[in-house]
Write a protein that binds this ligand. Structure first.
Ligand code: HPA
Ligand code: ZN
Length: 349
């Protein structure tokens, strides 16, 4: 079996992390104080006025990482995630957010990453696209110099909002296309199939962006969403699928993923919110053994008890009994399905 040091030391690529989901309570407190803003953990919840109260309050909202078993818990997660956005107001806040992420994962040997951001969660609060992009840009530059962590951004659309809003944000972000490698789809999934967003994905595809979309685990329409993302998104299908674990139960979907060479970003700690060890290991194992290019990622580390990419690789090993060779395969999968330039890929593993 693999030891922890082997997993710590192996060069890593992270492809599924919401930058707003990396907002730790420490940083959230700091930014809120700096901005003279109000800190709540859920909309209309009690205002947190003492730093020491923050951790207990968070614990009472999310006592453990296993809280997405029903609609109510899922809504609670998204509400608390979006509430965190309020801490982010000026360029320096976005810079600090991204720098904190880059520095944290540099210590875990991440060499390259493609973080998501949710522009609609900021513009809806009156924060300009320029504010977030310039903060991200500065952090991206400095992370490369200081930490040897390279990055490109993925702009995600909130699928519970309208396709028109997605299109509007897509067009508004084009001046920042040198920073943005791909377009994604996230937020609450039931009843919001990728096909609703076909126009914006087709346009992005034509403009040269890579495409991905969340097909979260054990949602009502997941299998249909996986099929859409793999076969028709942006007309020709996506390059990657985020989550997509339910394909493990469908040999035809597995065949399609293999035939089209679609990468899959898995986030095992995230699934502990609504599934069990016994359920999870075999499904990851099935995809891995079939040769689907799966890789391990953190999703929303600050909202999942501080489980970052390292902890997700460790959990995957535990769930699937992966040995050193398997861990190398996972790391290589991440490099291969990343959207880095070949020269960057060649330098990682
Ligand atoms: N699921 C879907 N969308 C998200 C999540 C998640 O866990 N976190 C941030 N956006
Ligand atoms: Zn996600």
């Amino acid at each position: 079996a693999s030891n922890d040091k082997f997993i710590q030391d192996i060069p890593k690529v992270e492809l599924h992390v919401h930058i707003e989901g990396t907002l730790t309570l420490d940083l959230r407190w700091k930014l809120t104080q700096r901005n003279g803003a109000t800190l709540r953990l859920v909309p209309n919840g009690p205002e947190i006025t003492a730093r020491d109260d923050l951790y207990a309050a968070m614990d009472s909202i999310m006592p453990d990482a296993s809280r997405m078993n029903n609609e109510e818990e899922r809504d609670m997660f998204f509400e608390s995630y979006l509430e965190g956005f309020n801490a982010l107001q000026v360029k320096e806040d976005f810079y600090d957010l991204a720098m904190n992420y880059f520095e944290t994962v540099a210590a875990m040997n991440v060499r390259y990453c493609e973080p998501f951001f949710d522009p609609q969660g900021h513009t809806s609060r009156g924060v300009q696209l320029e504010t977030m992009m310039e903060g991200f840009r500065q952090a991206q530059r400095e992370a490369k110099e200081k930490f040897n962590v390279r990055s490109q951004w993925i702009m995600c659309f909130l699928r519970d909002l309208s396709p028109a809003s997605a299109m509007e944000h897509y067009k508004a972000a084009l001046p920042y296309r040198d920073m943005i490698v791909g377009i994604g789809l996230d937020s609450c999934e039931p009843g919001r199939p990728p096909s609703l967003f076909e126009d914006v994905f087709a346009l992005a595809r034509r403009d040269g962006f890579k495409l991905t979309a969340h097909c979260d685990v054990d949602q009502e329409d997941t299998d249909d969403h996986i099929l859409q993302v793999a076969s028709t998104m942006g007309v020709g299908g996506s390059d990657r699928i985020d989550h997509g674990l339910n394909s493990a139960e469908d040999p035809a979907l597995i065949d399609l993923l293999l035939k089209r060479d679609i990468g899959m970003t898995l986030c095992p700690w995230s699934y502990m919110r609504h599934t069990t060890y016994a359920d999870l290991g075999p499904r990851i194992r099935t995809l891995f053994d079939a040769g689907v290019k799966v890789c391990m990622n953190s999703d929303d580390p600050a909202f999942m008890e501080d489980t970052w990419i390292l902890h997700n690789v460790l959990l995957a090993r535990h769930l699937c009994n992966f040995n050193d060779e398997d861990i190398v395969v996972l790391a290589k999968n991440a490099v291969q399905v990343s959207w880095a330039d070949q020269s960057v890929k060649d330098a990682i593993l």
